[in-house]
Design a protein around this ligand. Structure first.
Ligand code: SF4
Length: 155
């Protein structure tokens, strides 16, 4: 925590996948609140983001996965890659505007996955990999961890 020139206490800002905070932004119109993440609000000022909504996709929406060629395809076979890239860029814009250096993102999402994603076959098979937003944020020097890593790492 930092005290600014008016004596106000400033907490470090942190991007968080909005669904982890209880926002109903997932493809199925539901959320995925995570107690361990929510408890960190005493330590950080959370900036909730949903890259897929920021990329112009509706909620609810078709489930999507990243194919082996890197394209993001929804379960109806439509190519949604441009929406995913746009969403990632908007999250990066927010991070730069607010000088944010940390993010806690939802594991296995095609946007927010940090260590694992689904393999693009829609058969529930997981593989090592990163979501489109996570990849861009990390390339630009933002530290990203998943909600599943919180208990293992100190943030
Ligand atoms: S894109 Fe990220 S924030 Fe949005 S619903 Fe999926 S995991 Fe949650």
């Amino acid at each position: 925590m930092i005290e600014d020139k008016w004596g106000w206490i400033m907490k470090e800002k942190c991007l968080v996948s909005a669904c982890l905070l209880g926002i109903r932004c997932r493809y199925d119109g539901k959320s995925k609140p995570n107690k361990e993440v929510i408890e960190l609000k005493t330590r950080f000022d959370f900036i909730p983001v949903c890259p897929e909504q920021l990329g112009g996709l509706p909620t609810p929406r078709f489930k999507s996965e990243i194919r082996s060629d890197g394209r993001v395809i929804n379960e109806k076979g439509e190519d949604w890659t441009e929406h995913f890239i746009r969403g990632a860029e908007e999250v990066l814009n927010i991070a730069r505007m607010l000088n944010i250096k940390k993010a806690i993102l939802k594991e296995r999402s095609p946007s927010c996955g940090v260590n694992e994603i689904y393999d693009g076959t829609f058969r529930g098979k997981r593989m090592r990999g990163k979501g489109i937003t996570t990849r861009l944020l990390e390339e630009k020097g933002i530290e990203v961890i998943s909600e599943e890593e919180l208990s293992k790492k100190s943030v």
